[in-house]
Design a protein around this ligand. Structure first.
Ligand code: SAM
Length: 334
């Protein structure tokens, strides 16, 4: 049954006046009956979008009667939501790190757990670069231009790169994606926050597009939330997630394809003691930590997200030579 077919107190929909409160109650029930999770929240987000109101302000306008056009626009969105199109795609917006990001169906919808990745990177930047360039001037002279150089692999809508650029005063970010459409969205978001000058957007697979930038051995931080879903698990993902770009999710047979490539190639670009900070999937920690040790990464730390899932891995490039790492690996017990 659709909103158009609903009859209440013997009146047809054309006669009935739908208030904000009625619409929210009705939609929540309707979504529940149709296996849409977060039914109330979704109803509120969609209605606030149609009415161009902040979500919480709906509660101050509970008795507001919806106009014909508003009702019709809202009904259109509900229909799409029943096809499991995520709310974020319907409203073209997602909040991340307290910032609003424009999104569309070409980009992965930023997840709350990725905020932990960004917070980890920002903390490490602040720890390692306590002074901004200006504060490092002595007697009016710039002593050393020491700003963190960062690579964001798989930029998507730009949530990671733009948040870092927004919250870290001085930094230089190379933001890479294999999808031109993602880069367009990310560039748009960087302009919205006026930090586009801090980010170089590059199209290409992983590190390939960095050739020619003279960055080998010069990068302080490599950060990535790579695709990490096992190919065979894609079909059993929730229907909403399956609406998101396949290339943003598919991590190959065992979900670790990108980690293997990133671990090898990041050693070329990182400075000694430079940081690699990655988001990982549930249950992938052991294998990735093992891969990191084999590559000679050190000071490995793992952080859990708010659901207690081990979600972020941080490691530093070792100062040891390749030969010494091989020797250590040979003698490593596990
Ligand atoms: C899991 S999404 C992460 C998006 C965003 N950074 C976030 O955290 O929400 C992975 C991203 O990697 C990009 N990607 C996939 N394969 C790639 C490759 N070979 N090289 C660079 N980027 C790639 C996808 O287009 C997608 O934007």
């Amino acid at each position: 049954m659709s909103l158009a077919e609903v009859k209440t107190e013997g009146k047809s929909e054309t006669e009935k006046k739908w208030t904000v409160s009625d619409v929210l109650k009705w939609t929540t029930q309707y979504f529940n009956n149709n296996n849409i999770s977060e039914s109330r929240l979704d109803a509120e987000v969609l209605l606030s979008y149609v009415l161009d109101l902040e979500r919480l302000k709906l509660y101050l306008e509970f008795n507001r009667i919806l106009g014909k056009e508003e009702l019709s626009a809202y009904k259109g969105l509900i229909k799409k939501r029943l096809d499991f199109i995520p709310v974020a795609y319907l409203v073209g917006q997602k909040e991340f790190m307290g910032l609003g990001f424009f999104i569309n169906k070409h980009v992965l919808i930023p997840r709350p757990e990725t905020e932990l990745l960004v917070e980890t990177v920002i903390n490490k930047i602040k720890e390692n670069f306590p002074f901004s360039v200006k504060e490092k001037t002595e007697k009016g002279k710039l002593v050393k231009e020491s700003i963190p150089q960062i690579i964001d692999l798989g930029v998507g809508c730009g949530n990671i790169a733009v948040s870092i650029a927004k919250y870290v005063k001085d930094c230089k970010i190379y933001a890479i994606d294999v999808s031109q459409k993602c880069l367009e969205v990310a560039f748009h978001n960087s302009k919205a926050y006026k930090i586009e000058d801090k980010i170089t957007f590059l199209l290409g697979s992983l590190f390939y597009s960095l050739e020619g930038y003279n960055l080998k051995g010069k990068i302080d931080f490599i950060v990535s939330n790579p695709p990490y879903v096992k190919t065979t698990e894609f079909d059993s993902l929730p229907p909403e997630v399956r609406q998101e770009p396949y290339i943003a999710l598919n991590g190959g047979k065992d979900g670790l394809d990108f980690y293997r490539q990133i671990l090898s190639q990041s050693l070329i670009y990182l400075k000694e003691e430079g940081y690699l900070i990655l988001e990982i999937g549930d249950g992938q920690k052991e294998e990735i930590v093992d891969l990191m040790k084999k590559k000679g990464f050190c000071s490995i730390e793992v952080f859990s997200d708010y659901s207690g899932i081990e979600r972020i891995i941080l490691a530093q490039k070792s100062t040891l030579k390749e030969k010494e790492i091989k020797f250590l690996n040979k003698n490593r017990k596990h």
